[in-house]
Write a protein that binds this ligand. Structure first.
Ligand code: ADP
Ligand code: GLC
Length: 477
């Protein structure tokens, strides 16, 4: 099959969150299953991009209203990422390293999608499947179905994966001029609640919809930031497929960011060495359990609970624990977390920002990973934590519910039901109990490390669904 993934993010080219991890890994595993897989992302000027040489494969023009913009498509001839990578550059839209630019993303991602389709048309490519991810590429199914310029591609099956239904990328109808001419009586396929809503449009127009865990598929029908009715309506064409992880990138046995590599057999010494280095770097006490949080500091992740939770835990269990936070987001949460640093010096630290290397070091060096998420469509952090022998403490929601079994049920994590300070503090109490019972703690860690969440297990599920869609295309001729 000739498969195109089109996305705003892809690790290691440009990453903000888990979307990048998925788009950077699934295509590699699909390629290993003998498919021809291409990943198309904007050519942001991230360090990955600026430090490499790419080969130009196409030069074209696109129209945005009255204006014409030249664009280029480059590829990496080495295929070093394990799939074919294509980078679309449209000056002046992707001139910086920023993946998202507040207030400009409607224009940026509409041009990206138009450039992608123009490239297909003009270079006479006819994919078997176009797999789009989230709202940034959500207008492609509509344009394929109803825009005059792309009629010859209208039978290409489109597959939408919703990584997060909270974000729709909606914008006002005053920007309708951005879109290429289309059958005007189909305008309703763009609209939701009086706006052009790319995620809603993709849910309506894509041949297939998936989301990133079975539980989130259920939850979306009741909590999707206003799209609940639509998702219920389109449920017959929707499935929940749990994400996998890239076990080459996330491997404690070979991870070059770690001070010492380790396996399920050598985890005790390995984790000890990584914890010592981490505690030294962040002025923490290596003899105490280390609780960590890694993620976007936003309400969905329960990040607003962290400052109060940290104060309670650091007061109540004074000097019995360490807490380390890595993240950025809501400025108020960032500032609260920073204010705690001088108060709990020696047992608490916060790195406000984004740092891939430090994240790997935390997965390896921490004892427990906190994920008090309100919304978690899948969550990859808990799977990385398991593989690195760090016990996840999660709220039972979405993918967290689907991946973590509580130690009370002979599992390898600690689960709570509410996204509340009380529930997290209670879970931390349970975790301290587990930490003190060394034999049991080791057993829990080992069980978690042995769980296989590799994409290898999941990649084929997508291929099966693609095949069904391709059969439908043939039937419709
Ligand atoms: P989401 O995509 O909702 O942010 P996921 O759990 O799917 O959540 O994926 C988050 C990804 O981003 C993981 O790879 C995690 O390690 C990474 N990450 C999040 N915040 C940071 C940060 N501040 N620094 C480094 N990596 C981070
Ligand atoms: C989104 C979700 C997260 C998921 C990721 C990858 O960012 O918030 O839960 O793991 O996408 O699918």
């Amino acid at each position: 099959m000739n498969i195109f993934h089109v996305s705003a993010e892809c690790y290691p080219i440009a990453k903000v969150g888990g979307l990048a991890d998925v788009v950077g890994a699934l295509p590699k595993y699909q390629t290993l299953l003998q498919q021809k897989v291409k990943v198309v992302v904007p050519k942001y000027k991230t360090s990955y991009v600026t430090q490499r040489k790419f080969k130009n494969v196409f030069k074209g023009n696109l129209k945005l209203g009255q204006k014409t913009y030249p664009f280029t498509v480059d590829t990496d001839p080495t295929n070093e990422l394990g799939y074919e990578l294509y980078l679309i550059d449209i000056p002046p839209f992707f001139g910086s390293a920023n993946v998202y630019e507040w207030g400009q993303d409607a224009e940026r991602f509409v041009t990206f999608q138009i450039a992608f389709l123009n490239w297909l048309i003009e270079s006479k490519q006819f994919p078997d499947i176009i797999h789009i991810h989230d709202h940034h590429t959500g207008l492609i199914p509509f344009m394929l179905k109803f825009a005059h310029a792309y009629k010859s591609l209208s039978r290409v099956p489109t597959f939408l994966t919703i990584h997060n239904a909270q974000y729709h990328g909606d914008f006002g109808f005053e920007k309708l001029y951005l879109l290429p001419e289309f059958e005007h009586n189909k305008i309703g396929f763009l609209e939701w609640n009086g706006h052009i809503n790319p995620l809603a449009s993709a849910i309506k127009c894509a041949w297939q919809v998936s989301t990133v865990s079975p539980s989130y598929l259920e939850e979306m029908s009741f909590a999707a930031n206003g799209l609940e009715d639509l998702l219920r309506h389109e449920r017959p064409k929707s499935i929940g497929v749990l994400n996998g992880i890239d076990v080459d990138v996330w491997n404690p046995q070979s991870d070059s960011f770690l001070v010492q590599n380790y396996s399920t057999r050598s985890f005790k010494k390995g984790k000890e060495a990584n914890k010592a280095a981490l505690c030294e770097q962040f002025n923490l006490d290596p003899t105490k359990p280390l609780f960590a949080f890694i993620g976007r500091l936003v309400g969905e992740k329960g990040a607003d609970l962290l400052p109060h939770m940290c104060s309670i835990v650091l007061n109540d269990f004074h000097q019995q624990v360490n807490i380390l936070i890595l993240g950025s987001g809501d400025p108020e949460v960032e500032s609260h977390l920073q204010k705690l640093m001088p108060i709990y010096k020696g047992n608490y630290n916060a790195y406000i920002g984004y740092n891939e290397q430090v994240s790997h070091q935390i997965y390896a060096g921490a004892d427990f990973l906190l994920m008090p998420s309100r919304v978690e469509p899948c969550g990859l952090n808990q799977m990385y934590a398991l593989r690195y022998g760090t016990v996840p403490i999660v709220r039972r929601t979405g993918g967290l519910k689907d991946t973590i079994i509580d130690i009370g049920d002979f599992g390898y994590g600690i689960c709570h039901d509410q996204a509340s300070v009380e529930d997290v503090v209670y879970s931390i109490g349970r975790a301290i109990g587990l930490y003190k019972d060394e034999e049991n703690m080791d057993k829990v860690i080992k069980t978690g490390m042995k769980i296989n969440h590799s994409w290898e297990k999941v990649a084929n599920t997508y291929l099966e669904v693609y095949k069904e869609l391709i059969v439908k295309t043939a039937d419709s001729w």
